[in-house]
Design a binder for this molecule. Structure first.
Ligand SMILES: Nc1ncnc2c1ncn2[C@@H]1O[C@H](COP(=O)(O)OP(=O)(O)OP(=O)(O)O)[C@@H](O)[C@H]1O
Length: 317
């Protein structure tokens, strides 16, 4: 199912509101969002910010209170088959695969997405390799570990290579090696097939390796949205120099620089971009255990918007 679309916007979410019965506040408030063909869009936000509610409406698993969602220009409520045809969705949890082995889940999903039996068998074997779960092929889902179940849900979402993936916390509970595998596979699908990827994560540091545009949610709304580099500029041009220096005394730095001791022996200094080179050159490196120089991270951006900004911005592209 490798389709090239001429229209740039894949998904358009327009004035979306979701009010759960009995809840005081809406879980989603007037959300506007356009996802472009081939982009990797990350949704971040604190617990209960409304991220899962938003993506469940985007895959027709939850009815919106008001507003509209279109996929390739057509309303998904009037054309629900579009979701099955074009979107691979990975939920946070699911019991749907409980009665199948890993290889059956992959085979049947590929077959249901339109592949012939023989193509679906080939796809199953490719997916077992791609997601490094060959040794689990005959195991039934309830007997998998939490991390293995997550990888299975990811593999199922990617079966038959749908042009759009919507992934709800794809790396939660995974060990560092598996997290790397997930980001590597997603990057590969995006660059090889132009797969559009929308994912929710709490893992800002890891997400930074792959994400192109970010939306940060708070209390049901997006409080910031834009390309990563643009959001970084908004948060600050300053560079962060982290020094690992014996705990007893602050590191020897020019007097005008401010520093914070983040933890015993770990100091953070904020620098203007143009002075970073000179400050590092002047450091007595033999007295310093280690140092890291970096610009604002996605985690800095996330904390900035989630803690400081009122949740009123009706962000869109
Ligand atoms: N089925 C439901 N019935 C009533 N309220 C709900 C339901 N599902 C979610 N909510 C509420 O809606 C709000 C948004 O929840 P949602 O699960 O979308 O948040 P989230 O950003 O995905 O959170 P997390 O990061 O913890 O997964 C929360 O206040 C939650 O309690």
């Amino acid at each position: 199912m490798k389709v090239i679309y001429m229209s740039d916007s894949v998904y358009v979410v327009h004035d979306l509101v979701k009010q759960y019965p009995g809840q005081e506040q809406p879980a989603n408030k007037d959300i506007n969002l356009a996802i472009e063909q081939g982009e990797i869009f990350g949704i971040l936000g604190s617990n209960g910010a409304g991220k899962t509610t938003l993506v469940r409406q985007m895959v027709n698993l939850q009815r919106s209170t008001s507003g509209q969602i279109t996929l390739y220009g057509r309303d998904i409520r009037q054309h629900p088959y579009l979701i099955a045809q074009y979107v691979g969705y990975m939920p946070q949890d699911s019991e749907a695969l409980n009665n199948m082995s890993v290889s059956e889940a992959l085979y049947f999903t590929a077959h249901l997405r339109g592949m012939s039996r023989s193509d679906a068998r080939r796809e199953r074997d490719d997916l077992l390799k791609l997601w490094q779960v060959e040794e689990l092929r005959d195991k039934y889902s309830p007997r998998l570990s939490g991390g293995q179940k997550r990888i299975l849900r990811l593999a199922v979402a990617t079966a038959a290579c749908p042009p759009i993936l919507i992934l709800d916390e794809p790396t939660n509970d995974l060990d560092p090696q598996k997290r790397k595998l997930v980001w590597d596979v997603l990057r590969h699908l995006n660059s090889a097939y132009g797969t559009t990827i929308i994912f929710i994560t709490h893992d800002a540091i890891e997400a930074e390796k792959i994400v192109q545009r970010v939306g940060i949610m708070r209390q049901g709304s997006f409080v910031a949205m834009g390309p990563l580099a643009e959001l970084k500029r908004e948060v600050g041009e300053k560079m962060r120099l982290e020094l690992f220096f014996p705990a007893e005394s602050p590191p020897p730095l020019p007097a005008h620089l401010q520093y914070n001791e983040l933890a015993p022996g770990r100091w953070l200094v904020l620098l203007e971009r143009h002075e970073a080179g000179a400050v590092i050159d002047a450091l007595p490196l033999h007295t310093i255990d280690d140092f890291h120089l970096y610009s604002a991270t996605l985690e800095d951006i996330y904390l900035h918007y989630v803690t400081k900004h009122p949740a009123t911005t009706n962000a869109t592209r």
